[in-house]
Design a protein around this ligand. Structure first.
Ligand SMILES: [Zn+2]
Ligand SMILES: [Zn+2]
Length: 391
């Protein structure tokens, strides 16, 4: 193929960076990505793509038909920001107080739009089509499920999925890709431990939910230390606990919120079943009651071995074999997992930290930022992937 990819990506760098900075300055929370979604739709329409808006509330899908018939490749970018107050004083700092692109999704959108523009110029070289999806609400783990419910994998059916995340745990210039599970399942649950309030000096006349909660938390950790097979990793965290109003009052109830992470789908389901059973036992022993609610969750992010090998090959050609080091799975979650259960695909990580430039804060922190040179690397891998798969 005689396309000068590096040249075209280099030429679009400035546009990618300015778009990323514009999105960074105007972050929007899950399912509120209205400005972002309008901007995406306008740009895709200008490229002559078939555009659907309002998919999963604020999602956008662009369909690029190639010159000849062939399979459908889906490329995914997530668009939402986080409820974090940005602390930097960069010229593109968030203008929306309390909301910040602290995960890099601004970069994902900019890359996918640049990829769309370059592919649109070479559509005649494609045997098949590319479905570009701009997903809302990744951080709340609700966007992918809703897009799938609304038929994003059909009409035309998706044969292969690719997506990436900018990744500050890897230095700029490195790519993380592996077959099988790369991210854990992520589930959110809520617990209310209920007793009977009373006087702090007269506990025998009350049922103390604070004491009960202490035992509930300890007992829940035994799911990890005693019931999880030692070679299957899992994490259970109670991240929030609230109860009581005064030092000398026994509360009526304590509310907790927690998360469960696992790399094995079977273990995930077993532990999710065991949590309310353990809580029930402890509460019954201490004369209390409880309510358990599994709020939402998504399965582990699992790459298809053949597509992961294909992406590993692409990455090696873009950054060199030595810069595609073995990747350890991470206990974070991503609802990209759901697309990967619908069609074989690969989610890969694009190194984006640059400590010398102060660009190495962790994702979700109020000082998060990434090295914008990572945008071109991500774009090149997606473009090579599309051109080779549909070549
Ligand atoms: Zn995130
Ligand atoms: Zn993210």
């Amino acid at each position: 193929m005689s396309i000068d990819l590096k040249g075209e990506i280099h030429a679009s760098r400035e546009e990618m960076v300015s778009l990323r900075r514009d999105l960074h300055a105007h972050p929007e929370l899950a399912f509120q990505e209205e400005r972002t979604s309008r901007l995406v739709a306008r740009r895709l329409e200008a490229l002559g793509l078939q555009v659907s808006t309002g998919v999963a509330i604020t999602g956008v899908v662009g369909l690029l038909e190639g010159g000849e018939a062939g399979p459908t490749l889906m490329l995914r970018a997530d668009m939402d920001a986080l409820p974090v107050h940005e602390t930097s004083d960069k010229p593109y700092t968030s203008q929306n107080p309390g909301v910040m692109h602290a995960c890099g999704h601004d970069g994902h959108v900019a890359v996918l739009l640049a990829v769309a523009a370059i592919l649109a110029r070479h559509r005649d070289a494609l045997k098949g089509r590319v479905k570009l999806i701009f997903q809302p609400a990744e951080e709340s783990m609700a966007g992918a499920a809703l897009m799938i419910d609304q038929g994003v994998m059909d009409n035309p059916p998706v044969d292969r999925v690719m997506g990436f995340h900018l990744w500050n745990s890897l230095p700029l210039g490195q790519i993380g890709v592996k077959p099988g599970v790369i991210f854990a399942s992520a589930d959110e649950f809520r617990l209310a431990v209920k007793g009977r309030g009373g006087h702090g000096a007269l506990p025998h006349l009350a049922v103390d939910p604070v004491t009960m909660s202490a035992q509930v938390i300890s007992a829940l950790q035994t799911l990890i230390s005693r019931e999880r097979p030692p070679l299957k990793e899992a994490v259970l965290t109670i991240g929030s606990i609230h109860g009581g109003t005064a030092f000398n009052v026994i509360a009526d109830q304590v509310e907790m919120r927690g998360t469960l992470r696992a790399f094995d789908q079977g273990l995930r389901h077993t532990l999710l079943e065991r949590i309310p059973q353990v809580v029930a036992g402890v509460c019954a022993a201490l004369q209390g009651t409880f309510e358990f609610q599994h709020v939402r969750g998504c399965p582990p992010v699992e790459n298809d071995p053949a597509v992961a090998a294909f992406v590993h090959g692409l990455a090696s050609r873009v950054v060199g074999q030595a810069n595609v080091p073995p990747l350890e799975p991470a206990t974070v979650g991503d609802d990209m997992a759901l697309f990967l259960r619908e069609a074989p695909g690969c989610y890969f990580l694009v190194g984006s930290s640059n400590p010398a430039a102060g660009l190495d804060a962790p994702h979700h922190s109020s000082s998060f930022d990434f090295d914008e040179d990572a945008l071109g690397i991500a774009a090149e891998i997606l473009l090579r992937g599309a051109l080779e798969y549909l070549g």
